[in-house]
Design a protein around this ligand. Structure first.
Ligand code: GRF
Length: 202
């Protein structure tokens, strides 16, 4: 199955997807970053994957940026669009175009802590557990149906940094696994709030 991966940063999730690509039957056609000089682009280049920078600051509006992003993506006709640390809010036009084909990984146990600074929020709230989720992307930010999650314990002396590192390690296991379910045709988005795995609502 063909995929395009969108990134904005270091790309450690991208790396885990690259490392597992053959096993999970994914051919990464292109990696697109909205920031130049991010290590994720080097990871793509090292794996001989075509990569592009689309600097959002060079566009007049979110709509214009997303339109160009769609143009770039469509050059590759992907079956799946994988958000791997892509730090941009997408327009409704974009989301509708690839409805049911866009996955994201988010570093919290959704519906807790959508948005940013999730690790600190979990610590400040005194939570015993934190983690990461993979979900289908819908119009609601970090609000599409959750497909799977991994938990980590929050230790008494935990900092946002140590917690982020622990969660990231789990993300690297979780994301390729869920992408594999997708490439096997086992995952379907039914509507804004519901998805199925093997025909069962999850
Ligand atoms: C991860 O924590 C991911 O959940 C979040 O952004 C981070 C990206 O890390 N969406 P990396 O670029 O994959 O290392």
């Amino acid at each position: 199955m063909n995929g395009v991966v969108l990134i904005s940063g270091g790309g450690s999730n991208l790396q885990s997807i690259i490392d597992n690509a053959e096993k999970i039957n994914l051919s990464i056609q292109c990696v697109v970053s909205n920031r130049a000089d991010v290590y994720g682009l080097e990871r793509a280049a090292k794996a001989n994957i075509p990569n592009r920078v689309l600097d959002h600051k060079l566009f007049d509006s979110r709509k214009d940026f997303d339109q160009e992003l769609m143009n770039v993506i469509d050059e590759h006709q992907p079956d799946i669009v994988i958000l791997a640390g892509f730090m941009r809010i997408l327009t409704v036009e974009f989301i509708h175009k690839y409805q049911g084909k866009i996955l994201n990984i988010h570093p919290s146990l959704l519906p807790k802590y959508p948005g940013l600074n999730t690790h600190q929020q979990a610590i400040d709230a005194g939570d015993a557990l934190h983690g990461a989720c993979v979900h289908f992307v819908t119009e609601t930010l970090d609000g599409g149906p959750v497909i799977a999650q991994k938990n980590v314990k929050i230790n008494p002396e935990e900092s946002a940094e140590t917690l982020a590192a622990k969660v990231l390690k789990q993300e690297h296991v979780l994301y390729p696994k869920v992408i594999h379910w997708y490439t096997q045709g086992r995952l379907k988005l039914l509507n804004e709030t519901t998805a199925t795995l093997d025909g069962q609502v999850i």
